[in-house]
Structure formats: C-alpha cells, structure tokens
Design a binder for this molecule. Structure first.
Ligand code: SF4
Ligand SMILES: [Zn+2]
Length: 327
C-alpha cells in the first residue's frame, strides 16, 4: 500500500518585507519528533510533536508533509519560504540531512528562512542545504532564524529558560556568515516576570545591540499559549501580555525596520490595550511591518484613547517583584 500523505501542522501564503521589496511567501510548520530542549516557559510548539516514533518513521513523516505542500500549494510566484518545525530544522534528529536535501530540492530557487536553535548552526549542514536550494538567483538564498528573544542573558535564563547565551548566538551567527548564510533574529517582547517598563526597555536595548550585526529582526509581542508555564501564571493574574502602546513605542524608537506580526493582537491572551483601540493599532503595526512606513506608526501612536493614560500609569508604577537569583 502506498504511504499516506501527511499534512503539516500549518501552511499558508502571505507576504513579507525583504530589503526594499515585498515578497510573496509561503510559511510551513512541519511536525517533527520535537524540540530537544523542550522547556521554554512560553512555548507550546514543543507539544506539537510525534510521540514514540522510530527515527526512520519520523523522517518518512516529515518527507510526506513536504509532499503535501507540493501537492496543495503552487510554488510559482513564491519567492520566500519560511520553515518552522516543532523545534529546530537543523537538529538532525528532527530533520536528517537526506530529508533536508529532499525538502531543499523542492524549494530550489527560493529564499529559504529556517528556524533553528544556535547549537545546530554548523557545517557541513549549512552548505549541504544551500547546495540543494541555490540556483544562483539570490545573493543570500538561506537565512537561519534564531529565537534570541533578548540580548540580556539573565532575562533569557530566568524569564524564558532558553538554555543558550547571547555569546552562543553570536558564535552561531559567525558560523552562518562564514557559510554565506544570513541571520534573522526573533525577539520576544515581555516574557514572564518583567514589568511593562522593563519589557519595553529590554526590547529597545536588544534592538540596539543587534541591529548592525543581523540581517532581519522580527519582534514577537508575547502571547499566552495553551499548556505552558506562562499560561499558569496568566491564569493566576501574575502575567499580562504587553500593551500595543508598548509595541508601537518600541517600533517607533527603532533605528531599523522591524518585522512584527502581533499574533493574537487585541485578545486577552495576546498583546492588547482596551479593546476599543486594539483593532486599528494591530492593523497599523501589520501595515508598517510590510511597508516600513513609520508615519503609520506615528499616526497610531497619536490616536487618543482612554487606555493610553492607563498604559502610562502602568509604565511608571508597576513594580518588579523579582525571582530569587539562587536556589
Ligand atoms: S527552543 Fe524553541 S521550540 Fe524549543 S522549547 Fe524553546 S521556544 Fe519551544
Ligand atoms: Zn484603548
């Protein structure tokens, strides 16, 4: 019997800003055997995995998801493919080199952006994958996207439990550069245990620290995903996602264009203000992310809504209650 086609966790078309252009994109989220690290406080993607499968079965399942993409989405006119997995694309236990090559060949001629933890950014995996996708059409056919989240090691450790340092990130970035691979950094706005003001300053500092050394920055305002430690705190009233005013403020003060899609924007689990002004601000942020037009942000920031005073009050008066530094 022929093996059945396997549907990826998600797959959708969209568009993204790339340099001065707007490219049509396809985003694919492959289900894999899962993230080896598997313990970040806000992450639910790690639960979206296959359980109890042999390495051989897992590779077959990933390939069949790529077949599904091929059969259900025309790649004509798509210039950029963004790949996510239940963890890291370059973890050979999640996606082995032959499966990577199989996927790469189907995506030849596109710009491919793959998410991975820094410890898997290694040779010869990078050049092997570039060989399968590169047709000479793009100067940089491959980007590695890393969830750096913040440049503050203490926040990354205590508030996120990410398990790598900023130095690890830069070492991986050097390896990528030497292989001709571009670097995209994801930043996480307002992980656990930070006040609104601390979160805002953390993003401003992080952007200032990295913008000269990475090719793209995408800032994710934190959302409360199901079955996470973050959700437990949120249910107890010990966490609130960032205000959209804070997101606007960080984007406005940034020296470079920042990609930002406020997922869950306007909902209690996502970045939100007061409900009345949320929808307009979310669409302004999305429009800016595509157009890089800061006037759109400024106009959104200048709108008057009662909740802006509340946000300003929170910035001034919210107190950090801290975690113990030692056990
Ligand atoms: S490294 Fe990524 S996939 Fe793994 S637990 Fe952390 S956020 Fe989730
Ligand atoms: Zn409002």
């Amino acid at each position: 019997m022929p093996e059945s086609i396997e549907k990826p966790l998600a797959c959708w078309k969209g568009s993204d800003r790339y340099g001065d252009r707007i490219l049509d994109t396809l985003t694919i989220i492959f289900r894999t055997g899962g993230c080896e690290w598997n313990r970040c406080r806000m992450c639910s993607y790690r639960h979206e995995r296959y359980y109890d499968r042999s390495p051989g079965e897992l590779q077959g399942l990933v390939r069949r998801q790529m077949q599904w993409v091929n059969e259900n989405h025309s790649l004509d006119g798509i210039d950029m493919i963004k790949i996510f997995t239940s963890g890291s694309f370059f973890d050979p236990k999640e996606v082995d080199p032959e499966t990577r090559e199989y996927i790469g060949k189907m995506l030849a001629g596109k710009i491919v952006v793959v998410e991975t933890r820094p410890e898997y950014i290694q040779e010869p995996a990078l050049s092997g994958f570039i060989r399968s996708i590169d047709t000479g059409q793009w100067k940089t056919p491959l980007y590695v996207a890393v969830g750096l989240e913040t440049t503050d090691d203490a926040i990354r450790e205590k508030s996120i439990n990410k398990g790598f340092s900023t130095e690890d990130f830069w070492n991986a970035a050097d390896t990528a550069r030497e292989a001709g691979v571009g670097i995209k950094a994801y930043l996480l706005m307002k992980p656990l245990f930070l006040t609104e003001d601390e979160a805002l300053i953390d993003m401003e500092n992080s952007i200032a620290d990295i913008y000269r050394r990475v090719d793209m920055i995408s800032m994710n305002p934190c959302t409360v995903q199901k079955n996470t430690e973050l959700e437990r705190y949120w249910k107890q009233g010990a966490y609130r996602p960032p205000y959209l005013w804070s997101v606007l403020s960080v984007l406005l003060s940034s020296p470079v264009h920042i990609l930002c899609d406020p997922v869950g924007g306007g909902h209690q689990r996502g970045p939100h203000n007061c409900r009345k002004c949320d929808r307009d601000i979310v669409s302004a942020i999305r429009e800016y992310s595509l157009s890089a037009d800061t006037k759109i942000l400024q106009e959104a920031m200048d709108t008057t809504c009662e909740c802006k005073k509340e946000w300003e009050f929170v910035l001034q008066h919210e107190m950090p209650y801290s975690m113990p530094l030692t056990r």
